[in-house]
Design a protein around this ligand. Structure first.
Ligand code: ZN
Ligand code: ZN
Length: 376
């Protein structure tokens, strides 16, 4: 099932526009509200998201009542998608037959460039709950990429070809957002050391303290990228995403972009989410123990439990490029504009850079030599 959005005015294909947050017809300029398009019937989870309530991923809450109505464990109901089904899709616009990667959920027609949203791969158990729509436009992302190239001083000169910049891809990356709760106790022995002089002696006085902390922390919407293709480290560096822009998922947000379904289920990623939460808990506990000369933990008993998960699409601009047989990736948070990437280093430019430096120091040494000899 291919979903395409036609302009009511001129019949052209419409794309999601990051500036207005609406569907835009680039032929006649007509804008259409996303909400006026029928909400995807595939969104069977009925999650109504209130963006104002929960804003930050690292929110710590001590309100015991917060989860009172919750009965504890949550079973994940997501199943693996059978990648052999429906690899071929037909463009409603030009009739071209498109073979897609089994993970693709939205793409553009390679013949007429019309946006194609693959509805059957976004329904049932594969329906995302939430999405942060693109806020940075393609033109802005291209501009940022150019600037980033210019800032990388050792970038090969052939690197900034127009073709590469044009190949910047707007990708909705599949994520799981975890709501986790950490409950437990920590016990530590801490010391305070005081030194003073008494007559002929220097006295060092060490006082010992038993420190006890009971923690009950909620970590809301901790993100883990669920795509095998995306490098976890790069994805983590693209954070934070601001959750004030989270919307209930609706297919028109994907029009004109590439979107992928998850490779890893939330249960696959739970250990990774827990590991991140453990670091947050440790940092939090440490931040509450202050004013001591030393802290030694004797006992730590913290249980982390999953409260809920949300299958969520987050926006990323990506350029893949190959230079001197090495693959590089430039990526940019499609909401905040934060850039992650490493410019390729060119041997030629490095040599020129070094000879520049050595050339300069040679001149300085010559000058020094002349001054010492009284030649100047
Ligand atoms: Zn139009
Ligand atoms: Zn087409």
């Amino acid at each position: 099932m291919v979903v395409q959005y036609k302009c009511n005015n001129c019949g052209s294909d419409m794309n999601f526009n990051p500036k207005s947050g609406q569907l835009l017809c680039e032929s006649c300029g007509l804008s259409e509200d996303i909400s006026s398009k029928e909400l995807s019937d595939s969104n069977d989870k009925n999650i109504k998201y209130e963006p104002d309530k929960e804003d930050n991923q690292d929110t710590e809450s001590f309100e015991q009542d917060f989860y009172d109505s919750h009965n504890g464990d949550i079973e994940s109901e997501h199943n693996h998608f059978d990648g052999n089904d429906g690899l071929q899709y037909e463009c409603n616009n030009c009739g071209a037959k498109l073979i897609t990667d089994s993970n693709t959920t939205a793409t553009t027609c390679s013949f007429c460039d019309a946006a194609m949203v693959l509805g059957d791969r976004l329904s049932g158990v594969l329906s995302p709950s939430l999405v942060i729509p693109f806020k940075i436009s393609k033109a802005d992302a291209q501009q940022a990429f150019k600037k980033w190239c210019r800032n990388g001083r050792l970038t090969p000169s052939d690197f900034m070809t127009a073709n590469r910049i044009a190949n910047i891809t707007g990708l909705y990356v599949p994520y799981w957002l975890f709501d986790l709760n950490a409950k437990g106790e920590v016990q530590a022995t801490c010391t305070k050391v005081r030194t003073y002089t008494q007559g002929d002696y220097i006295v060092t006085e060490t006082s010992y303290y038993n420190v006890y902390r009971k923690v009950d922390l909620d970590y809301l919407k901790l993100p883990c990228d669920a795509s095998q293709k995306m490098d976890d480290k790069i994805m983590d560096k693209l954070e934070p995403f601001h959750y004030s822009d989270l919307k209930s998922f609706n297919m028109p947000y994907l029009a004109g972009y590439i979107s992928e379904k998850y490779d890893f289920t939330d249960s696959d990623l739970l250990p990774r989410a827990k590991k991140r939460a453990v670091n947050y808990v440790d940092n939090f506990v440490r931040s509450t123990i202050t004013g001591y000369s030393s802290v030694k933990f004797n006992h730590k008993d913290i249980n982390i439990n999953q409260r809920s998960t949300y299958y969520t699409l987050l926006p990323v601009w990506v350029v893949y490029y190959n230079h001197a047989n090495k693959d590089y990736i430039f990526s940019m948070n499609g909401q905040t504009g934060k850039v992650v990437g490493k410019p390729p280093f060119s041997k030629g430019k490095i040599a020129a850079w070094f000879s520049g430096i050595f050339g300069l120091s040679f001149v300085i040494m010559r000058l020094l030599a002349l001054i010492i000899q009284g030649g100047l």
